[in-house]
Design a protein around this ligand. Structure first.
Ligand SMILES: C[S@@+](CC[C@H](N)C(=O)[O-])C[C@H]1O[C@@H](n2cnc3c(N)ncnc32)[C@H](O)[C@@H]1O
Length: 282
């Protein structure tokens, strides 16, 4: 199916290449709290650390690692990490951070998810970590689940934190005051939502030039059913009021440097979820 969407994936690659340096070293670095990260701050959510458990001495593959900040946070907790992303610009920034922090147990590779098994020469890992705005860039979660199964050792763990499917359907009604959310994106379509923009969620005003992007909405069934079909056992599914980005600025308040929640005057919808699944082998 991926070939069907090759043009869209190529355009997404152009968009991610265009914003990587801005996230790592430009105006988006404030959103990513790069200086604080370089000074030792952990960007992982506290529940990720608790739910995934001790990673020390384990091999951890971070799929769609972007500029490697979260990957290197796992390395700081003792994992031997490999970050994979199709953006060579993002991987270059990740490698610079690893050098700058003198983190030895980290390597980074440029690859699409579709080619990940080939790129990694069918290596097997104890843990696959992904998410925080990753799955929406993949049109084919059947293929993604197969890739995750192929790259895990028997007894290995897949762990992810993602945007809640309900949140990803919503937009604020234009000019509504107080702001009102309405479902805006199609939940039952395999067509992507496509647009053209400059900047990014980290800095919408950044002058990165116009780039097209394409995102796919995924329901819980879209994510979980392919994992079950590959033999994964779902060990944990947790929905949260906290999100890891701030999509509706007038409705949200910061509850930590990395998390936002609906203000008390609004009835909240779930912002994010975590999922942990065990793979016992084919
Ligand atoms: C929002 S980032 C998620 C990473 C991380 N949570 C973060 O916020 O830094 C999404 C990443 O997915 C990568 N990506 C998108 N489509 C991909 C694909 N088909 N294969 C590999 N990487 C892809 C992009 O390059 C980008 O770095």
């Amino acid at each position: 199916m991926t070939q069907k969407w090759q043009q869209q994936i190529d355009e997404n690659l152009g968009a991610w290449d265009a914003i990587a340096a801005m996230h790592a070293r430009g105006s988006g670095a404030q959103f990513y709290r790069i200086q604080q990260f370089l000074d030792g701050e952990c960007r992982l959510s506290p529940w990720e650390i608790e739910e995934l458990g001790d990673v020390s001495g384990k091999s951890l593959l971070h799929l769609q690692c972007h500029i490697g900040v979260d990957t290197l946070c796992w390395a700081r907790r003792g994992a031997t990490v490999t970050g994979l992303d199709f953006s060579s610009a993002a991987i270059a920034e990740a490698e610079l951070f690893a050098q700058q922090l003198n983190i030895q147990d980290a390597s980074f590779v440029v690859s699409t998810i579709a080619n990940a098994c080939q790129t990694l020469s069918d290596s097997k890992y104890d843990i696959i970590y992904t998410g925080r705005g990753a799955l929406c860039w993949l049109p084919d979660l059947d293929a993604w689940a197969g890739t995750c199964a192929s790259l895990l050792k028997p007894g290995g763990t897949l762990y992810l934190e993602e945007v809640h499917p309900m949140l990803s359907l919503m937009e604020v009604v234009p000019d509504s005051d107080p702001p009102v959310l309405q479902p805006t994106y199609q939940p039952f379509s395999d067509q992507p939502t496509s647009d053209e923009t400059s900047g990014s969620y980290a800095d919408p005003d950044a002058d990165t030039g116009l780039h097209a992007y394409h995102m796919w909405e995924h329901s819980f069934a879209d994510i979980i059913t392919p994992l079950i079909a590959q033999g994964f056992q779902i060990e944990l599914l947790q929905e949260r009021a906290e999100g890891f980005f701030n999509p509706f600025a007038d409705m949200m308040e910061a509850v930590s440097p990395h998390h936002w929640k609906f203000k008390e005057s609004f009835i909240p919808i779930p912002m994010s979820f975590t999922l942990k699944a065990r793979y016992d082998g084919a």
